[in-house]
Every structure is written in structure tokens, then in C-alpha cells.
Design a protein around this ligand. Structure first.
Ligand code: NAD
Length: 262
């Protein structure tokens, strides 16, 4: 991470940020691992302990056992509890304060970009969020905090107190459609940015992974900061294999230094 080529790459990303007008930051689970939330596909990630095939929307509505496992999985990953933003989230929020951020397009459901200070209207959550839980029968919504309390008291499969319908987090499950308004606005912004910075994503989950592709097709420069390789590495102007929470603050330090030097 501290070798000369990484330092040079960090300087080039800072230059790109300063010369760009519309920056889209695209994030995945890897931006939140330093906040203690495991990603899905890294060794020790969620899919090394749970089977992804168990977590489709269709299985969730069909089987009480799947609902029990789903609530257990969310509890164990920390997605229902209060994680705190890490330096990568704060660096993105600083980009926004400097007037350089068009928006964040995220696959994450953890609310940490907003918690770090990015205004909610600049965060496009392609996979929904875990702040709310919805009854699939009558539509009543509950804050996650309230449902979390029930889980802590030992309830394994919470249900709606109004109609006893099934409760489901507002996050998008496998086999479920993405929120259409969010997807179309994220697509539009990806197609009109001039710099797309990808942080902490394997770029294998679709349609989310189309966003950086749309950006490249529209002529934007692509920067990828990720611990492991991705299918878009060959298209990146700059590729940094490192931790988002270490690399992003260094990039922002360069940006600040250049801005204060005039
Ligand atoms: P993923 O698990 O497929 O990939 C995460 C990537 O991040 C990996 O390539 C890994 O090498 C990299 N990574 C891990 N820690 C990193 C760090 N500190 N710095 C830089 N890179 C790091 O995640 P994905 O591509 O986001 O796709 C998985 C799906 O999982 C998404 O749909 C997302 O909604 C969901 N998810 C979200 C959360 C969350 O909200 N925090 C957590 C787990 C999964």
C-alpha cells in the first residue's frame, strides 16, 4: 500500500478528482468491511457461512425456516445493528462537502454513507436499505430498531402486530426487482458522469455492475479501489489494490493539499 506505484496512483486519482466535474462513487460491501460488516464473497464473508441459494425472495415468502435463517443471518452480519462509518465513508462525504460529488450509487443497505454525512438525496441505494421493515401483507412499516428489539428478546421470526403478516427488511433480496426510480436515476447519472470511482465491489452482481460500464461507455474515466480483482480491471484508468479506508483518506489528503496550494 505504501509502495511508490501506489503513491503515484493516489496522486493521479487526486488529479482526476480535481479535473472532473461530475463524479459518481459506486460502492459495494467492501467499503463497509472496515466498519465491521462482513462482505459476501471474501474469505470469511457471509457466503462462507450461509448458502446464498437459501436467501431468495421466493424462498423467504414460502418457508418459515428460510425466514428464521434470514433474520439470523442479518443479525450475525451486524446489518441490523448500529455500525459506524469508517474513514472511506468519511472521505466520500468530504468529496461531497468540497462540491465534487455528483452522487454515491451503492449496493449497500447499511446507511453508512448517509451516517457519514452524504445527503440522502445524493445516495442511490440500488438494493434498498435495512432501516425499515415492511409487512408483506398490509404494508405497515416498522423501524428496524423496533424489530431488532424483538429479535434480541428471542423472537426468531417477527411478524406484523397489526395483521400477523410476514415482515421483510426493505433490502432487495435475490429474485426481487430493484426499485425502478432508483435504478433509472442511477443509470442516468452513471451515463453522465466524467469520473466513476468504484470502491469495494467484486462487480459481479447485476444490474448494479452495469453502472460503471455505463460510465465507461459514456466516456468517463474509471478508478477501481478494491482488495481483489474485478472483471472491469482492464478498463480502469487507475487500479489500486488496497483497503478503501486507507486509500480514500490518502487521496482526499492530496486533494486538500492541492486545493489549499491554489
Ligand atoms: P462482494 O462481497 O461481492 O465483494 C466485496 C469486494 O470488496 C470484494 O472484491 C473484496 O475483495 C472487496 N473488499 C473487502 N474489503 C475491502 C476493503 N476494506 N477495501 C477495499 N475492498 C474491499 O460485495 P458486492 O460487490 O457489494 O456485492 C454483494 C452484495 O452484497 C451487494 O448486493 C450488497 O448489496 C450486499 N451486501 C451489502 C452489505 C452492506 O450493506 N454493508 C454487506 C454484505 C453484502
Amino acid at each position: 500500500m505504501d509502495n511508490e506505484s501506489t503513491k503515484q496512483a493516489i496522486r493521479v486519482v487526486a488529479d482526476l478528482i480535481l479535473s472532473s466535474k461530475r463524479i459518481v462513487v459506486f460502492t459495494g460491501a467492501g467499503v463497509s468491511t472496515e466498519s465491521g460488516i462482513p462482505d459476501f464473497r471474501s474469505p470469511g464473508g457471509v457466503w462462507s457461512r450461509f448458502d446464498p441459494d437459501d436467501f431468495t425472495y421466493q424462498k423467504f415468502v414460502r418457508s418459515t425456516e428460510t425466514r428464521r435463517k434470514t433474520w439470523q443471518m442479518f443479525g450475525e452480519t451486524g446489518l441490523t445493528t448500529d455500525a459506524e462509518p469508517n474513514p472511506a465513508h468519511y472521505a466520500i462525504a468530504e468529496l461531497e462537502r468540497l462540491g465534487k460529488l455528483d452522487c454515491v450509487i451503492t449496493q449497500n443497505v447499511d446507511n453508512l454513507h448517509q451516517k457519514a454525512g452524504v445527503p440522502a438525496n445524493k445516495v442511490f441505494e440500488l438494493h434498498g436499505n435495512m432501516r425499515w421493515v415492511k409487512c408483506l401483507n398490509c404494508g405497515k412499516r416498522y423501524p428496524m430498531d423496533e424489530i431488532q428489539g424483538r429479535l434480541r428478546e428471542g423472537k426468531e421470526v417477527p411478524d406484523c402486530d397489526a395483521c400477523h403478516g410476514m415482515l421483510k427488511p426493505d433490502a432487495v433480496f435475490f429474485g426481487e426487482a430493484l426499485p425502478p426510480d432508483v435504478l433509472s436515476e442511477a443509470t442516468r447519472r452513471s451515463r453522465s458522469c466524467d469520473l466513476c470511482i468504484v470502491l469495494g465491489s467484486t462487480l459481479v452482481v447485476y444490474p448494479a455492475a452495469y453502472m460503471p460500464m455505463y460510465a465507461i461507455e459514456a466516456g468517463a474515466k474509471l478508478v477501481i479501489i478494491n482488495l481483489t480483482s474485478t472483471p472491469l480491471d482492464g478498463k480502469a484508468a487507475i487500479l489500486i489494490q488496497g483497503k478503501a479506508g486507507e486509500v480514500m483518506p490518502k487521496i482526499m489528503e492530496q486533494v486538500r493539499n492541492r486545493l489549499s496550494a491554489g
